[in-house]
Design a protein. Structure first.
Ligand code: ZN
Length: 418
């Protein structure tokens, strides 16, 4: 069961991370509007402590000058420290053994203009060859004609290199067919050639039916999860989001810069209690359908608590996790991460979740999994790093475990011949 981890109190962080908040407030001041909580900029509510800024507005220029006098030096947003550690470095441009990326986005539904996420399939295949990637799982199949387009462009045009998953149109829940219509859609997609079902975080956060919010373990969805089991296709589920997204956007939030730069991703208005409900609902779904294979995306959707993820893997033989999007998190707890994988080498899938795919990002994942390099960037060339100002260290997994994580486990779930 979920328990919210307490953030560490750190006086230095409290001091330096004021900058992005003040920058956001300044932007609002310049626009002649009342400063408020950054998450209000995207209309997601959660009024915060920034209202008091309205009273301070006339005095702000003088206060800023005073602050600079009291605390001279660069502000956090310009902070770009060069490490002085002299450490071994092992760039890893290709995987040590043939790899399957079980979490990629190659379709059209996530691009702003509905163009293909991978516009040049030939260039993508060349990148795959150079990186020792034998296949990619494309999670963007959607359904109907869009699924066919994805299958034609990837799976059928390049057999054994791409495996496309479908989605479900949750609005069917509100039609007379309800759950039955979803099951029919899933069966049709499997007949068309979908190799799995992808479930996104909108289930649990924004999907409603009959005026109520639908969580993953909602009884209306039981027939769907059972159908996936009968069809023999895995269900890859992204529930909730990082813990910090559910916390207030402030000096105690370790991702305050990311949340200030992208206010719409904050789920602070949901609260950490809702995160617990979503994770409990995810577990109930897995528990209620032992004949269905579930893949918990992003390290079981709870990378902040690897002990909890490990316990879930112990309890449910039908659960797998992918490591996509979580290199920064795994690499800042390398010993716990290596222990989790060593304890469940047959249940962890390699995946990256890049939008769009870049060779450099693969290099970070390979270096993370294969080397014992310490204190390196999870986002080379990007300042500030997108998720938080920390560095990562490698897990140094041994060869037999790497083979399982890179490909054997995915082959088993996807029923691909070795
Ligand atoms: Zn994804």
């Amino acid at each position: 069961m979920f328990s919210a981890a307490r953030a560490h109190e750190h006086p230095a962080l409290r001091r330096v991370s004021l900058s992005p908040r003040i920058a956001a407030a300044n932007r609002w001041l310049r626009a002649g509007r009342l400063p408020c909580h950054p998450t209000q900029m995207a209309g997601v509510g959660n009024p915060g402590p920034y209202r008091r800024g309205a009273l301070l507005r006339p005095a702000l220029p003088a206060l800023r000058r005073l602050r600079r006098l009291a605390r001279p030096g660069p502000r956090l947003r310009a902070f770009d420290p060069a490490s002085t550690l002299e450490l071994p470095s092992h760039p890893t441009p290709a995987a040590a053994c043939p790899a399957i990326d079980a979490h990629t986005h190659l379709g059209r539904w996530l691009t702003p203009d509905s163009s293909w996420m991978a516009p040049d399939v030939g260039a993508l295949l060349a990148l795959m060859d150079a990186s020792n990637l034998v296949a990619l799982v494309n999670l963007d199949g959607r359904w109907g004609a869009e699924l066919d387009e994805n299958l034609q462009r990837y799976d059928h045009a390049h057999p054994d290199r791409f495996y496309t998953f479908c989605h479900l149109d949750w609005s069917l829940l509100d039609t007379t067919g309800g759950s039955g219509a979803l099951v029919q859609s899933l069966e049709r997609s499997a007949q068309q050639g979908a190799r799995g079902l992808k479930v996104w975080k909108d289930l649990g956060l924004s999907v409603t039916a009959g005026g109520r919010r639908i969580l993953p373990d909602d009884p209306a969805l039981h027939p769907v999860w059972e159908a996936a089991g009968s069809l023999g296709i895995p269900v890859l589920v992204h529930t909730a989001d990082p813990v910090a997204f559910f916390q207030p956007v402030g000096v105690r939030n370790e991702r305050v810069e990311e949340l200030t730069a992208h206010p719409s991703i904050s789920l602070a208005n949901e609260g950490v209690g809702m995160l617990g409900r979503l994770l409990d609902s995810f577990e109930a779904m897995v528990a209620n359908h032992p004949g269905t294979t579930f893949i918990g995306a992003h390290v079981g959707c709870h990378v902040e608590n690897l002990a909890a993820v490990s316990a879930l893997l112990d309890r449910y033989a039908n659960l797998y996790v992918d490591i996509s999007g979580r290199a920064p998190e795994l690499g800042r707890q390398p010993r716990a991460a290596a222990r989790l994988i060593a304890a469940h080498p047959d249940r962890v899938l390699f995946g990256t979740d890049q939008l769009p795919i870049r060779a450099d990002d693969y290099g970070v994942y390979f270096r993370l999994l294969e080397t014992d390099d310490e204190y390196f960037s999870y986002a080379p060339g990007r300042t500030p790093p997108p998720h938080g100002r920390w560095q990562i260290s490698g897990l140094a997994l041994d060869g037999a475990i790497l083979e399982q994580v890179y490909a054997t486990n995915a082959r088993r779930i996807l029923r691909i011949a070795p």
